[in-house]
Design a protein around this ligand. Structure first.
Ligand code: BG6
Length: 480
């Protein structure tokens, strides 16, 4: 299937850091539909050649094995074009239309990798230029807006120009293989499904930890913060996949209906529960991976009095028959001790007096990034002869089959063959419900002059995050 893929925000951080390298991987693995063109558009005046040189420079920062050789880059770069575009000018959209007409590709993907405040303007202009015909797909990167009202406004405009099945709202965590596997694992295995409920599960922890700081994204990040950047979308999407009921069919909407029900069942926050159940932090200088790193306030272009959180830990509950009373702890942060995106399901201890109590709970955990796979940590008494070769009383069973590389999947899906897999993208009502749930936290923080708690780079966040879990008699996975 031939395609044209247009990146709005073609010189932005997201494009060169994530999207182009992801597309390159798709290209390398033969997953890009053949006969395609990639067009980057942005404000600067540049020729195709100059843009390709610029991109080649940026690709030097791509992690080792994912970096293209010169020869691979040349072949990939032959697909890449560049045009200057002022997003407020209708005639620039006409020029884009003319450029697209030169190929008449079967699918045109318009990928908005710009700041979300430009989304409505771009969509309106695209509609006015007639760039919303059925072969067009619009891809919107998160964060979609900065609160419920702005997300609703964007969705209203998107819906007025495109049909819902033309809109692909990206949450790249949904494209990670271990996240995609969650449903099959949960609903396809008698080992898990009967236990996946309040009677057997003590608590669930979702940790999205990064050792990186904000890097060159200072101004964007300072206006966003960890709650909007990671919790409202990635962490909540993982929560829905862990907590949802089985969908009636494999249809995208049946799946997204179930995810929406989970979001609607989340315990709403009040000013009091935000003070009790949400911890926000901001990193200070410290050591990460053996290297000294600066405080958030000394990162480029961050105001010296910034109150933006680089860390959030919170406790919530899914108030339905399956999960009532089970704490769900969500946590994310920059400059933490390790890079790890992990879901941990801690089971309740068995009621038996025959064995001494195990030091840590039976747990199932799934890693999504950078490692992928899942593991089960169980307790066994030393004396069982069958497993005598295990010296320790705890053993871990890990899925051994390496999972394929991630990253390019969603983009390739939006660009191509797999129209039916809209469940890998977020529906507008899911997104709006997620905003509805986080908004009381944002409101409470606005009124709280206390600001975020300081934590040292290279730690696991402020001590209050451990206290949040300890209050219920539990501990974060790394504290066992
Ligand atoms: C992005 C956030 O959505 O996800 C970034 O904007 C974050 O701040 C990134 O670094 C993490 O994604 P991954 O796939 O590297 O865990």
């Amino acid at each position: 299937m031939s395609f044209d893929l247009v990146f709005f925000g073609g010189t932005g951080d997201l494009t060169w850091r994530k999207l182009m390298p992801a597309l390159f991987q798709a290209f390398r693995h033969g997953k890009l539909p053949g006969g395609g063109r990639i067009l980057a558009v942005a404000r600067d005046e540049m020729s195709d050649e100059r843009y390709r040189e610029w991109l080649k420079e940026r690709f030097r920062e791509v992690e080792g094995p994912k970096r293209p050789s010169d020869e691979e880059f040349e072949r990939f770069a032959a697909l890449v074009h560049y045009r200057r575009m002022d997003l407020s000018q209708p005639e620039h959209y006409q020029r884009l239309k003319e450029w697209l007409a030169t190929a008449q590709a079967e699918t045109v993907v318009l990928y908005l990798a710009t700041s979300p405040h430009l989304f409505t303007q771009i969509c309106e202009q695209l509609g006015a230029a007639g760039l919303n015909e059925p072969r067009v797909r619009i891809v919107l990167e998160k964060p979609l807006g900065h609160d419920l009202a702005s997300a609703q406004q964007i969705n209203r405009v998107v819906r007025s120009v495109f049909r819902e099945e033309q809109a692909f709202r990206i949450d790249h965590y949904l494209g990670k293989p271990s996240v995609q596997n969650l449903m099959a694992l949960r609903f396809g295995n008698a080992l898990f499904e009967p236990l996946w409920r309040r009677e057997s599960i003590a608590n669930i922890q979702i940790t999205l930890a990064e050792s990186l700081g904000v890097g060159t994204r200072g101004p964007f990040y300072d206006g966003t913060g960890a709650l909007r950047d990671m919790i409202q979308n990635h962490a909540l999407q993982l929560l829905t996949m862990i907590a949802m009921e089985p969908p009636s069919t494999n249809d995208a909407d049946a799946i997204r209906d179930e995810k929406l029900k989970v979001l609607r069942s989340l315990k709403p926050f009040s000013a009091e529960s935000v003070a009790r159940d949400v911890v926000r932090g901001q990193y200070r200088a410290g050591t990460v991976d053996g290297k000294a790193v600066v405080s958030y306030l000394d990162e480029g272009k961050i105001p010296a009095d910034s109150q933006t959180e680089t860390f959030v830990a919170l406790r919530t509950e899914v108030q339905n028959w399956r999960w009532a009373g089970v704490p769900f702890y969500l946590r994310t942060g920059k400059r933490l001790a390790a890079r790890d995106a992990q879901i941990v399901v801690n089971f309740r201890p068995c009621r038996t007096r025959s064995f001494r109590a195990p030091a840590r709970p039976t747990a199932w955990s799934s890693s999504c990034s950078p490692r992928t796979g899942w593991s089960c940590t169980c307790w066994r008494p030393r004396a069982v002869p069958m497993v005598r070769r295990w010296r320790r009383s705890l053993w871990t069973w890990t899925s051994t089959r390496p999972l394929p590389p991630t990253g390019w999947r969603l983009r390739a899906t939006a660009a191509g063959r797999d129209r039916g897999r809209l469940n890998l993208f977020v529906r507008s009502d899911e997104q709006e419900q997620a905003w509805r749930w986080v908004e009381p936290i944002l409101d409470a923080w606005r009124l709280d002059s206390g600001g975020p708690r300081a934590y040292s780079a290279g730690s696991w966040g402020p001590p209050a995050a451990s206290a949040l879990v300890a209050r219920d008699g539990f501990a974060w996975a790394e504290e066992h």
